[in-house]
Every structure is written in C-alpha cells, then in structure tokens.
Design a protein around this ligand. Structure first.
Ligand SMILES: Cc1cc2nc3c(=O)[nH]c(=O)nc-3n(C[C@H](O)[C@H](O)[C@H](O)COP(=O)(O)O)c2cc1C
Length: 221
C-alpha cells in the first residue's frame, strides 16, 4: 500500500450526476469523510436513478436520504444539499471549498458546466470552482465519445479543470470491482493532494528475466 502523507482537514464539494459509476462517487465521499474532511454532497435527479439501478438503493426523490448511504460514524462531517439549494455553501466562492469533484459526471452535466449553464447546484459549484481558480475534477463516463463530448471535455481542460475519465487501469492486477473503483478514487485523491492508501503504487519492475510487473515478485507493497 502507498504511504499516506498528512493533509489538513478541508471542505470538499462532491456532485453526483447521472453518469454510470455511482460507486466511484460513493467511495470518494466515504474516503474523504474517513480522512476527517467535510464533504458537501449534491446529487442530480438522474444520479438518484443511477443509484437505484447500480447500487440497488431506493431513493425517495422528494426527500432523498443521501446521508443514510454512509455509516453513522461518518455523517458528522457530511453536508447534503438539495439540487436546487443555490444558497448552499458550494454555490459561493467565499465558502472556502478546497476543491469540487463531479463524480460521476454525465455528458449532460459536463456540457452544461463547459458552457456555464449553472442550472442546478452541481453545475453552479463547478462554475464557482472555475471562476475562483480552485481545483475542479470531472469524472466523465461514456463510450464511445462523440465529437461533442470530446469538445466539451477540451473546453473544460482549457479552463484548467481536471478531466479524469472513469477508466481504471489493470496493471495493478485488480481482483475485484472494489479495486477498480479504488483505482479511480485514488487517482482523484492524487490530483487533489489528499493522502490515501487505496492503491498499490507502481514501482520499477525487476530486471530479472521473465518478470514483467512489480506485482509478480511475490512482494506485497
Ligand atoms: C443507469 C443509467 C446509466 C447511465 N449512464 C450514463 C453514462 O455513463 N454517461 C452519461 O453521460 N449518461 C448516462 N446516463 C444518462 C443520464 O443519466 C441522463 O443523460 C441524464 O439526463 C443526465 O442528467 P444529469 O446530468 O442532470 O445528471 C445513464 C442513465 C442511467 C439511468
């Protein structure tokens, strides 16, 4: 496992939109809370639908209980905001949010962020991160990608957003879906400068003949 480095407690804004891969977003929130950070969580109505289909979680769209998705011990630093709560902390540049992460990021939300729509709290939080020059990570999930999708991603990258597609690697030899999820969440945390021990760090492969991967040498990191 990677050696964690210390990071001060911070506020993060996490938006879930209706892209596939809600497990990435759930795990991201869980790890940030476990690390003692405050998380402002927002989810679009489409994210609720994805939660139903991918996590088997029944969410009441009128009174969604997103806090209930997390262990009671983690909820103290979790702030759940309604999607139309445009007065909530992530909507303001003065709230002191360290970074905003949209994970998963649907192509619809990505397009609206790229063009400054700010039609809900998730999009407004991203807009605020861009205008304040604070880290914005979007985790898009779609395949294949159309020219429109690619152009919207390029527009965001040109605005200094970190476009981090949900494309897990396989060189760490994952043995479970959880390890694939942690691969992406680890990548997000790396870009945010948040310490974690979610993935094995790549090491220089052995020069021994026949060995092609650090993981083949029988050494647990
Ligand atoms: C189970 C499920 C999986 C979906 N997967 C994706 C996806 O991977 N990428 C995407 O852009 N849209 C996906 N969609 C469609 C979006 O949810 C839909 O375009 C929605 O309008 C996006 O709204 P939002 O951007 O406000 O969250 C999916 C929908 C469902 C129900």
């Amino acid at each position: 496992m990677a050696e964690p480095t210390s990071t001060p407690s911070s506020q993060f804004a996490v938006g879930w939109s209706g892209g596939s891969g809600i497990a990435y977003g759930m795990r991201l929130v869980e790890v940030l809370l476990q690390a003692g950070h405050t998380v402002h969580l927002m989810a679009t109505p489409a994210a609720f639908r994805v939660l139903v289909h991918e996590a088997g979680v029944a969410i009441d769209p009128v009174r969604p209980d997103l806090a209930g998705l997390f262990a009671p011990a983690l909820r103290a630093n979790l702030r759940v905001h309604a999607i139309d709560a445009v007065e909530a902390a992530p909507a303001s540049g003065s709230a002191g949010i360290r970074a905003t992460i949209i994970c998963p990021c649907s192509m619809g939300t990505l397009a609206r962020i790229a063009h400054g729509f700010s039609s809900n709290l998730v999009e407004r939080a991203a807009d605020v991160a861009i205008k304040e020059g604070r880290p914005l990570v979007v985790v898009p999930r779609e395949t294949p990608l159309s020219v429109l999708h690619l152009e919207n991603m390029l527009a965001l990258a040109r605005l200094s957003a970190i476009v981090l597609p949900a494309m897990p690697g396989f060189y760490h030899r994952p043995g479970s879906v959880q390890e694939l999820v942690d691969f992406i969440v680890g990548k997000i945390l790396d870009r945010l400068g948040v310490a974690h021990a979610l993935v094995r760090r790549w090491q220089t492969p052995s020069q021994k003949p026949g060995l092609t991967s650090p993981w083949l040498e029988g050494e647990e990191p």
